[in-house]
Write a protein that binds this ligand. Structure first.
Ligand code: ARG
Length: 466
């Protein structure tokens, strides 16, 4: 026989929930981490209640002191969380009740629905900021690798086949572009989070004379001019989970970027490439093969991206087809968000650490880029400058490549007379095309890997990542 309910909502119940139901429905095991945000929200709400005269200044002060004491207990790890009280909100309210009778007035004009929506918006503003800092750290580590290897050239790849020469820095700056967009997406999430739902109540606001703008200001939900930003529809405010999806999407895309960076590093650190060596600190060995040094940090970065995508999918599926407004399903919105935050934060730090320990094998890079075939396109451009239509030029250079393959010599080792027989526009100066430094210097347009352009990007990134 179930015991009567002691829950805050227990008034209309004669029996409390079954033990199994308590276990099934509790969220305090994961939403307890919202405590600092929940308490900040409650303090602002109590201040507002006093401001409009729904509680006295004395009651507000007692609530504030009590909430401060509860938070101190939580931070010290001394708070006794109780699953019977379901969630973080009820645990804190009950703990406050043991400290002051004024606690019974705190939930005036408030529901857990607008409360949890507020907690999460505060969480997203915090989490977005933390991730932005951590990604910035990884970006700075990346810029340091580029700076230390400014003059290194490598082949760029398409289809994982050698394509054209680029500065290593140009390749690393491509990663920087990706990571910097991730940071911008998180800034968008923070901006979207910056609207206060408190006052929406359970679904339809309240009949009590509250001041939503006051609460919003107290919690920092303000625009650049300090004006309060409050949500504009009480039903949307308690049912909306777009931010959860946006945050998880930003993390998932960050994960995709991480996995692509990681994949390049895995390839580059293989014996076949050997462009880079990863530090021992971010690799592990094999329990069987003594010679192995495995790029585990990169493999895990690649693997974690699956998890980040999974979290996004969980949230999309969770919210699809839900009727307005709040449904208990929505309690399941938090574990994927917290996991995306925790794993993304960890990944950003691991990427920074992996990059900080990276050494570039200049000899191997030089050997790989010293392949005249990488400049076959430049040879076609040479013909174009002599007036040959590009399609004909492409065809002629193809024939030159075929001839080199036939004689089993490098492209730039073919006799000039032989090359001249393929197309009359090939002059004695055709061989100058294969001067690598000069070939790079010809790439002068914005976004190209020419030395002047890359130098410009160094200036740009130093400024952005300051
Ligand atoms: N723990 C709940 C959640 O995270 C809080 C909101 C509960 N609201 C309710 N009507 N039961 O969704």
């Amino acid at each position: 026989m179930a015991k009567p309910s002691h829950a805050t909502w227990g008034g209309r119940f004669t029996a409390g929930p079954a033990e199994l139901m308590l276990q099934f429905s509790e969220s305090v095991s994961f939403d307890r981490r919202l405590a600092p945000f929940d308490i900040a929200g409650s303090k602002a709400h109590a201040a507002m209640l006093a401001h409009v005269g729904l509680i006295t200044a004395k009651e507000r002060d007692a609530i504030h002191a009590g909430l401060d004491a509860v938070l101190a207990e939580i931070v010290a790890g001394k708070f006794a969380w109780d699953v019977k009280l379901e969630d973080v909100h009820m645990n804190i309210e009950q703990a406050l009740g043991r400290r002051t009778p004024a606690a019974a007035k705190l939930h005036t004009a408030r529901s857990r629905n607008d409360q949890v929506a507020t907690d999460m918006r505060l969480f997203f503003k915090h989490a977005g900021g933390v991730l932005r800092e951590k990604i910035l750290g990884a970006e700075r580590a990346l810029l340091a690798v580029a700076s230390a290897n400014r003059d290194v050239l490598i082949p760029g790849y398409t289809h994982l086949q050698r394509a054209q020469p680029v500065y290593l820095a140009h390749h690393l700056f491509a990663w920087l572009e990706m990571l910097d967009r991730d940071r911008a997406r998180l800034a968008d999430v923070i901006a979207h989070a910056n609207w206060c739902p408190l006052g929406s109540g359970a679904i339809a606001g309240t009949t009590l004379p509250i001041d939503r703008e006051f609460t919003a200001k107290a919690l920092g939900f303000v625009d650049a001019k300090g004006r309060a930003q409050v949500t504009q529809n009480s039903m949307d405010a308690v049912a909306d989970r777009d931010l959860f999806v946006e945050f998880a999407a930003a993390c998932a895309l960050f994960g995709v970027h991480l996995s692509r960076v990681a994949e390049d590093l895995i390839l580059w650190s293989s014996t076949e490439f050997k462009f880079v060596e990863l530090s021992d600190a971010f690799c592990t060995g094999s329990s069987l093969m003594p010679q192995k040094k495995n790029p585990d940090s990169c493999e895990l970065l690649r693997g974690k991206s699956a998890r980040l995508q999974g979290n996004l999918h969980t949230l999309l599926t969770l919210t699809k087809g839900l009727p307005l407004t709040y449904n208990r399903d929505l309690q399941e919105d938090k574990p994927p968000v917290f996991d995306s935050f925790d794993q993304s934060a960890l990944c950003a730090d691991v990427l920074a650490g992996t990059l900080a320990g990276l050494t570039v094998n200049r000899e191997r890079c030089a050997a790989a880029v010293n392949d005249p075939a990488l400049l076959a396109t430049d040879l076609a451009d040479y013909l174009v400058l002599k007036g040959v239509p590009f399609r004909d030029a492409h065809h002629a250079v193809g024939a030159v490549v075929r001839l080199a393959e036939k004689h089993a010599v490098a492209l730039d080792h073919l006799p000039t007379e032989e090359v001249g027989k393929i197309h009359p526009a090939f002059g004695a100066d055709w061989i100058e095309v294969f001067d690598l430094k000069r070939a790079l210097a010809r790439r002068t347009g914005t976004g190209m890997p020419g030395p002047a352009q890359v130098a410009g990007q160094f200036v740009r990134w130093k400024k952005i990542l300051r």
